[in-house]
Write a protein that binds this ligand. Structure first.
Ligand code: ADP
Ligand code: ADP
Length: 233
């Protein structure tokens, strides 16, 4: 099934007396279990697109459906619910809460769910196990390496079982060995059926994904598929 359906999307900003388009005439479908890189020069609209996909930002033109939900028809509360249920965000700088343990960080997205604390904890533990960090559940972020912190952030993104995982330069702060470990984790998650969309400026990572979407000046400049068996980094 199609999880992301963008039809003629534009995102414009009013700058003094001019209208500036960060995205324009963008149509795109992404199906369940795709593994996609979004690339393009700085300022080409990659972050804007990721924010639209994650419902952090609303398009100014066009139609967006996420997991069958017409985003434009939702109010703020419904959008917050849609984001919480369908989107897992992973950031370059991890964005963990420093005074909370790995387990507490991973439980965060479940805070507003009507479920017993025990169930939240069990889901968070399962997510930490999925990223190979069961033994670090009680550690604070500053007791973990960069790669381990990003694993915690990935577990936090997974804990709600979202339709899509969105990474904004998720290996941007990691060394090359740790980058290849994290990409191996994304590969494993992809093999388990997750839909993964990564913004990157690293050609190696783009080559590693199955599909590469290139933006230039807010427009879709290329949409191509890599060979079916991407090389290990
Ligand atoms: P990228 O992630 O590819 O570097 P962005 O999506 O961050 O590109 O930005 C695309 C363009 O939109 C840039 O020219 C940027 O300055 C502009 N832009 C982004 N957000 C805003 C905003 N809130 N107001 C005005 N212009 C913006
Ligand atoms: P799933 O795909 O895991 O079933 P959904 O988001 O479709 O997740 O539904 C989970 C629950 O969240 C539903 O019971 C629904 O009431 C609520 N929900 C999901 N999206 C919205 C939304 N956009 N507006 C209001 N409630 C929503």
């Amino acid at each position: 099934p199609v999880v992301i359906d963008l039809c003629d999307i534009g995102k414009s900003y009013q700058m003094a007396d001019e209208t500036f388009y960060a995205l324009r005439e963008l149509s795109l479908q992404i199906r369940q279990n795709e593994y996609v890189a979004i690339i393009g020069p700085s300022g080409s609209g990659k972050s804007t697109l990721l924010n639209v996909l994650g419902c952090l930002d609303m398009p100014s033109q066009g139609h967006y459906q996420l997991a069958g939900h017409k985003v434009a028809e939702l109010d703020e509360t419904q959008l917050a619910i849609l984001r919480n249920h369908q989107v897992g965000f992973i950031f370059q700088s991890f964005n963990l809460l420093p005074r909370m343990t790995a387990l507490q960080n991973v439980m965060q997205p479940l805070v507003y769910r009507l479920m017993p604390w025990r169930e939240r904890e069990a889901k968070a533990k399962a997510a930490l196990a999925k990223v190979g960090l069961s033994d670090k559940a009680g550690h604070l972020p500053n007791q973990l390496s960069g790669g381990q912190r990003q694993r915690v952030a990935i577990a936090r993104a997974l804990v709600t079982e979202p339709a899509i995982l969105l990474g904004d330069e998720p290996t941007g702060n990691l060394d090359s060995k740790t980058t290849s470990d994290i990409m191996q984790l994304f590969d494993d998650l992809h093999a388990q059926g997750h839909t993964i969309i990564l913004v990157t400026h690293e050609q190696d990572i783009a080559d590693h994904c199955q599909r590469v979407i290139r933006l230039i000046d807010g427009k879709l400049a290329a949409d191509s598929r890599n060979s079916p068996h991407p090389d290990k980094l």
